[in-house]
Design a protein around this ligand. Structure first.
Ligand SMILES: Cc1cc2nc3c(=O)[nH]c(=O)nc-3n(C[C@H](O)[C@H](O)[C@H](O)COP(=O)(O)OP(=O)(O)OC[C@H]3O[C@@H](n4cnc5c(N)ncnc54)[C@H](O)[C@@H]3O)c2cc1C
Length: 385
């Protein structure tokens, strides 16, 4: 196989100390009533004050340059913090997108004045970001986006809409992809530009889209003559396509890509209790072994990022295998629960929690790039197409 690589990286000893600190912090937050780790919805809830306390600990933007408030720590340190927060169902939604994606984009492509103003506020846990890429006719095919930014006096005017924008209703800013020129014959990806959009500007409207899980996560975001100053262009005008790919490895390989339904495993273990049924023992063993393997692959990608590589194909593999696994987990938990002999907790409590994970499972293979798109990337990376 051409260049596929998963180095067997082990987390350094200092990560264990950090893990202990994060666990202590989260357990104090739980005792204080900030969130309930067994509430499946708490992971996606918005908690501004919690975000600020995470910021005070230096756990937002922890890999970023110190000039912008970061800690210049390693991706492996960040990995540990993300993993602990996700496993504990901590309410990271307020800062997570800014920490993982928007901040690093600004560091690479924004002008200094924007960086000086925005990045330290993200690090303090004060700002929430959303991602404005998808449109009704451009999801997988991002480069078909048609919502326009037109030049005007001193800046740009945006008209059109974005869809499936997670958490837009709570976001302070969006990094949005808008059409600034038609695509060219030579390059159909030409003509799109990234902008930093203040979500409180006049002309920006969020229309909620209901979900079967009962969450209120999605929005259609409508822009009507929204004025954006010139210095809010992020990167090259018409050249946003060049900026997209390097970010994908960061977006696709983290522990959040296989831990979204992890609570179903916790609930299953709690429900079946001490059991000697061979189907439950082997089923649980299989689930844990698969999880362990996924985690090793994901840590490996984090280690390669730390060394300055861009493991795009490996990251796509982690996202594909990870999301298929987390999608199947609640179903497998339900099947295994049927074999339980001694029941520690009533079935209806297990069923209620499992119900939530079953309802969110379909989305995990769509968000951040569908399974089919990822497999196309993997096939291309392996020289198969
Ligand atoms: C929970 C969740 C959160 C999201 N949050 C955001 C967000 O914050 N911001 C944002 O911009 N978007 C967001 N999205 C949108 C998401 O990025 C898109 O839904 C996704 O990229 C797919 O696009 P689409 O829905 O238009 O489907 P389409 O692109 O129309 O795809 C439909 C089907 O066709 C398949 N398909 C498409 N093209 C190909 C191809 N070339 N080869 C093979 N198969 C193909 C797809 O795999 C899929 O099965 C979110 C989605 C979800 C589910």
């Amino acid at each position: 196989m051409s260049g596929l690589r998963f180095d067997p990286i082990r987390l350094p000893a200092r990560c264990q100390e950090l893990r202990r600190e994060v666990r202590e912090f989260l357990s104090a937050e739980t005792r204080a009533g900030t969130f309930d780790p067994r509430d499946p919805e708490s992971g996606s809830s918005t908690a501004r004050e919690f975000s600020k306390r995470v910021g005070e600990r230096g756990w937002i933007g922890m890999t970023w340059p110190k000039t912008y408030g970061g800690q210049e720590r390693s991706f492996l340190d960040r990995y540990v913090v993300t993993e602990e927060m996700r496993v504990a169902n901590a309410p990271t939604r307020h800062f997570f997108v800014a920490d993982r994606q928007s901040g690093p984009t600004l560091i690479r492509y924004a002008n200094e004045a924007i960086k000086d103003r925005i990045l330290p506020a993200i690090v303090r846990g004060e700002l929430c970001f959303c991602i404005g890429m998808s449109e009704p006719n451009s999801g997988s095919d991002l480069f078909a986006a048609s919502t326009k930014a037109t030049r005007c006096d001193g800046g740009w005017t945006i008209n059109g809409s974005k869809i499936w924008t997670s958490n837009a209703q709570n976001a302070d800013y969006m990094i949005g992809l808008f059409r600034t020129s038609p695509s060219s014959k030579e390059n159909r990806r030409h003509g799109l530009t990234s902008f930093l959009v203040d979500m409180r500007l006049p002309g920006v409207r969020c229309n909620p889209i209901g979900q079967m899980s009962g969450q209120r996560e999605f929005n259609e975001v409508v822009f009507e003559d929204v004025y954006i100053p010139t210095d809010h262009v992020i990167g090259e005008v018409d050249g946003a396509w060049k900026q997209a790919t390097s970010e994908l490895a960061y977006e696709r390989s983290g522990p959040e890509r296989f831990l979204e339904t992890y609570g179903a495993l916790v609930e299953l273990i709690d429900f079946v209790g001490e059991t000697s049924h061979p189907a439950v023992i082997s089923g649980l063993g299989r689930l844990v072994a698969e999880l362990h393997t996924l985690r090793r692959m994901s840590v490996s990608v984090a280690g390669m990022l730390e060394e300055g590589h861009e493991p795009v194909v490996e990251a796509a593999i982690v996202k594909d295998v990870g999301t298929v696994w987390e999608q199947g987990l609640p179903h497998r938990a339900r099947d295994l629960a049927g074999f339980a002999e001694t029941i520690e907790r009533p079935y209806h409590i297990f069923e209620e929690k499992l119900g939530f994970y079953l309802k969110i499972a379909p989305k995990v293979t769509i968000q951040g790039g569908t399974t089919e798109i990822l497999r196309g990337i993997i096939a291309r990376g392996l020289g198969l197409r």
